[in-house]
Design a protein around this ligand. Structure first.
Ligand SMILES: NC(=O)c1ccc[n+]([C@@H]2O[C@H](COP(=O)([O-])OP(=O)(O)OC[C@H]3O[C@@H](n4cnc5c(N)ncnc54)[C@H](OP(=O)(O)O)[C@@H]3O)[C@@H](O)[C@H]2O)c1
Length: 342
């Protein structure tokens, strides 16, 4: 790999179905020079998220889609290697939208500012993208603010061995709930029960998953943290209790299709289910509070941060499909550069 270029994945075509490497151009651009008030950031880690697939599509969404020809949008962690801004010191670790590239420019305005990660945190740097970062905050605010779980209630979470789901279930356990996770395959189901302390797991890849769901929720479901949508969401909604809550976090089962996702609304009416869609940025004003609590739980061993790391920026377009194939445990991350060498 050359050190004096900025490798960038630029979106060439909008994916149809699964993401393909041919949907991108891999370009070697010049490393940008930071202007006054800016800093040059070397990407260390790239966060791969289901929303990457949404950003590639020209569909109704919460941010503008990535334009064709533009560098693929992506969250990440980098290190400041040059600075012309008092907001950034060389050596600072920063987090924000690094993009799928080796280098980016951090500025001082709302649209290009990056957050400086405090030094000496008692958690690994990569946890700042997972359990203590965006996916952890998604779990924290979606569950606690919208799900309002009470001790003794049953909380169900889908995509339960993933980045968001694994944190949702563990927080619900901390809050004294009975926790049921839905995940694909025996290994993931064993992991969420034995390692993360869930009370029960439902393996949706087995033919009898609907019977497993009924058996795992004898008192119904009080909070459904929805990550998947489709048939799984419908089966879960059929088990939800009167005045239960459903934070609608994601519907990954539909992201690779162009078809609108349909659902039966009658349980919402008959059982007065409170459904609330949200994006983690809705809670921006409270991020510091959430991150502090999550970091304390990780540091004291109450919250386990799991990650799947893939090496090399060049592998980002293939690695992102792991999210759709279920080939990740916890947070899916690409290591772009070795933090020990920067
Ligand atoms: N609202 C927000 O602000 C926000 C923020 C972050 C994430 N999200 C959403 O939260 C959900 C989880 O995201 P994440 O980052 O934590 O990803 P993740 O759970 O770490 O990875 C995705 C997982 O989804 C499962 N999955 C994929 N396709 C599926 C399908 N067709 N049916 C059932 N399960 C499927 C796979 O697990 P199995 O092996 O178990 O199938 C896969 O490992 C996504 O819907 C995402 O869009 C929302």
């Amino acid at each position: 790999m050359k050190n004096n270029v900025n490798r960038q994945f630029r979106l060439k075509s909008r994916p149809v179905g699964r993401i393909k490497t041919t949907d991108f151009d891999l370009v070697e651009a010049d490393i940008p020079e930071p202007a006054q008030g800016e800093a040059l950031v070397r990407t260390l880690y790239l966060s791969l998220d289901p929303t990457n697939r949404i950003w590639m599509s020209d569909m109704d969404q919460y941010m503008p889609p990535v334009e064709l020809g533009a560098v693929m949008r992506g969250g990440g962690i980098g290190v400041v290697v040059k600075s012309n801004s008092p907001a950034y010191q060389v050596g600072d670790h920063v987090t924000g939208l690094t993009g799928w590239q080796d280098y980016t420019i951090a500025g001082e305005k709302m649209d290009n500012r990056m957050g400086v990660i405090p030094k000496g945190l008692p958690v690994p740097l990569t946890a700042m993208m997972g359990a203590c970062g965006m996916t952890g905050l998604t779990a924290y605010f979606g569950l606690l603010e919208l799900g309002q779980p009470k001790a003794g209630e049953t909380v169900l979470v889908s995509a339960a061995a993933g980045a968001v789901g694994s944190v949702v279930g563990q927080i619900a356990k901390i809050k004294g709930c009975r926790v049921v996770g839905i995940a694909g395959g025996a290994d993931k189901c064993r992991y969420i029960v034995e390692k993360l302390g869930f009370d029960a797991a439902v393996d949706y890849k087995r033919a009898d998953w609907k019977e497993q769901l009924v058996a795992a929720t004898p008192d119904g479901i009080d909070v459904n943290f929805e990550n998947v949508g489709g048939e799984i969401m419908e089966a879960v909604m059929a088990r939800m209790n009167l005045f239960s809550r459903m934070p609608l976090c994601g519907m990954i089962s539909g992201y690779n299709t162009d078809q609108p996702m349909r659902a039966d609304f009658s349980p919402i009416l008959m059982r007065r289910i409170q459904v609330r869609g949200f994006i983690v940025t809705d809670f921006f004003a409270k991020y510091a509070e959430g991150a502090r609590q999550l970091a304390e739980w990780v540091a004291t061993g109450k919250l386990h941060h799991e990650e799947t790391i893939v090496d090399g920026l060049e592998n980002a377009p293939t690695a992102v499909n792991r999210l759709f194939d279920g080939q990740n445990m916890g947070k899916l991350i690409v290591r772009v550069a070795d933090p020990a060498q920067h």
